[in-house]
Design a protein around this ligand. Structure first.
Ligand code: URA
Ligand code: SF4
Length: 198
């Protein structure tokens, strides 16, 4: 199974979002609280793609509202990107986690889950019609650019992928966790500026 069988044909954004609530295209819907669909203006010139919802996103039902989202807000401010004008989404729409006592620890989605969920992202790209898609981290980059894509070789670049302009950078969570935070933050902001201005 994958998400495709749950995607209505030629639907607008509202119909897509509502259909995504019933998706059972992979196992992840079972343990997660809800589908976290992308949000923002439709259409939008800029689309930003993360990995998958985290604990807070799963509970609240909105993208990038937890620690990674706070970091992203700061980096957008520093790079001169207006979050309210961008459409934000994730490669995978359900939270993947393991339980450790009371805590739910985020797990990177499997390739099979990224593939299963791609029909939703493809439809979001169709309705949002972005001029530029920024992929955050390897999972998002591989979802859009293919499994052999090497993020470290291309960060800060804009690639042309089947007519879609794709800007590449790291995931904000990697900046949150970085040993040298200031250096990682500055490099992230530099990537965002470089891809935005291309
Ligand atoms: N990390 C992501 O990739 N997306 C979110 O929405 C939150 C955290
Ligand atoms: Fe469907 Fe994606 Fe959720 Fe899997 S992660 S159930 S494909 S919406």
């Amino acid at each position: 199974a994958d998400g495709a069988q749950y995607v209505p044909d030629g639907a607008d954004w509202a119909a897509l979002r509502s259909a995504s609530e019933g998706c059972r295209g992979c196992e992840l819907y079972r343990d997660a609280t809800q589908t976290v669909f992308g949000e923002g203006p439709v259409p939008a010139r800029l689309m930003v793609v993360g990995e998958c919802p985290g604990d807070r996103e799963d509970t609240e039902g909105h993208v990038f509202v937890g620690p990674a989202g706070r970091l992203l807000n700061k980096a957008f401010d520093a790079a001169g990107i207006d979050r309210s004008k961008a459409y934000l989404t994730n490669a995978v729409k359900h939270f993947r986690f393991i339980e450790r006592g009371k805590r739910r620890i985020h797990q990177q989605p499997r390739r099979s889950e990224v593939v299963a969920c791609f029909p939703w992202l493809r439809e979001e790209i169709r309705v949002v019609k972005p001029r530029l898609v920024i992929v955050l981290g390897a999972v998002a980059a591989k979802a859009v650019l293919g499994p052999s894509f090497k993020l470290t070789e291309h960060r800060g670049e804009v690639l042309d992928h089947d007519g879609l302009k794709v800007g590449v950078t790291v995931h904000p969570s990697s900046v949150v966790r970085a040993e040298n935070f200031t250096e990682a933050f500055d490099a992230f902001v530099a990537d965002l500026k470089a891809v935005r201005e291309s």
